[in-house]
Design a protein around this ligand. Structure first.
Ligand code: ZN
Length: 387
């Protein structure tokens, strides 16, 4: 905020100077035009130019030249003030983030990975043409098998937004087994929407609605309560659902919900996160950068910048809030350290879990005694655990 105010002060200075200059030159120009005009009139009315008139003319021309010179000098000075604003922006806002970001993207491999993540983001958002251009420009090799799921996802989502249930129903039917294993309620909710569309029409489509209700047979146990509501609504077809206690069935919320349910279940089925990793990364970065930059500054001021040498580790804990919690963290109960790629959690044969470093420390030869139970076992039989 302070930085914004500092730049604003500089900007105010330029504006004040500019306004002063504009008023001043406007006045000068008008005055000059006025005197030239009167000379012009005088010359037109008279026959010959008298020596006085000639002297006045010479003088006026000189004044015009001086005025032009002055405006141009003042204009040059204004340039200086304008460039000061630019410098103030540079001074007050940090544009160099290399201090807090390791040179991760300098090497070609990581750069390529970054481009792939960006490309996947565009595919996720349905911006297929941009993804295509990026693939070509960055010479990415995006396998068509990676693109297709996104294309399908978007085709179905677009249809749902247009209130067309067919593609989604077809997809849900095709993936029924996996969806059931995921405890998904997508298929039921799709059928429910179609049913609501039918009963909305009143008795006109009563027969159709009744026969469609057979689709609910398989959801009897899981969605008994919702089915009761749907069946109960049939009683009110003659007077119209909108005039019945079931009016809430007509709320647009069901259509909004179905897009979310579909996206979530389809992403889970494809092994993708619901949110784009790129947008999550950027949002988290925006939150984490200010504290990191200020700690870097403090470290530099106290000349302890070298303390933060490990670029894989942050110098301070950054709390991003609950929405950014994705994975459980394992802390080794023996070494009291958080596990990481080099020191992953290991499950011992007895079922107790300790970190790899702890396992190595406790092992003597090929044997290890569990620090908890304490069962003697062969250390190589411990299995790495993935969260
Ligand atoms: Zn044990």
């Amino acid at each position: 905020m302070e930085s914004c105010l500092a730049v604003e002060r500089e900007l105010d200075r330029v504006l004040a100077k500019f306004n002063g200059l504009r008023n001043h030159s406007n006045e000068a120009v008008e005055e000059l035009i006025h005197s030239l005009q009167s000379i012009c009139n005088e010359l037109q009315s008279g026959q010959d130019i008298t020596s006085t008139q000639s002297a006045i003319l010479v003088q006026t021309v000189k004044r015009v030249r001086d005025a032009v010179q002055r405006v141009s000098t003042e204009h040059k000075e204004l340039h200086g003030s304008v460039s000061k604003v630019g410098k103030s922006v540079d001074r007050n806002f940090i544009s160099d983030f290399t201090a807090v970001t390791p040179d991760t993207f300098e090497n070609a491999k990581n750069n390529n990975l970054l481009n792939e993540v960006i490309c996947e983001h565009f595919l996720r958002q349905g911006m297929l043409d941009i993804a295509e251009s990026l693939t070509q420009d960055a010479r990415l090799e995006v396998d068509s098998s990676r693109k297709e799921p996104f294309l399908e996802l978007h085709r179905i989502l677009e249809a749902l937004k247009q209130r067309d249930l067919d593609p989604a129903l077809e997809w849900a039917c095709m993936n029924r087994d996996i969806l059931i294993a995921q405890r998904s309620s997508l298929e039921f909710k799709l059928h429910r929407l179609r049913f609501i569309e039918l009963i909305k029409e009143g008795t006109r489509r009563q027969k159709e609605a009744l026969s469609y209700s057979r689709n609910f047979a398989m959801f009897g146990s899981q969605h008994a309560r919702e089915l009761q509501v749907l069946m109960g609504s049939l009683l009110y077809l003659p007077q119209g659902i909108e005039n019945s206690p079931y009016i809430s069935l007509l709320e647009p919320m069901y259509w909004e919900e179905i897009c979310d349910v579909f996206t979530r279940d389809a992403c889970a089925l494809m092994g993708l996160s619901v949110e784009s990793p790129l947008s999550v990364g950027i949002r988290a970065g925006c939150k984490a950068l200010p504290p990191l930059l200020s700690i870097k500054q403090v470290m530099q001021q106290r000349q302890v910048a070298s303390v933060w040498s490990s670029k894989d580790e942050l110098p301070v804990e950054i709390e991003l809030g609950k929405e950014y919690h994705y994975h459980s963290i394992f802390a080794c109960p023996i070494l009291r350290q958080q596990s990481n790629e080099n020191n992953p959690p290991m499950r011992l044969v007895c079922g107790h879990v300790i970190s790899k470093d702890a396992l190595n420390k406790l092992s003597s030869g090929n044997k290890v005694k569990c620090p908890y139970c304490p069962v003697e076992q062969i250390s190589t039989e411990a299995i790495q655990i993935y969260f």
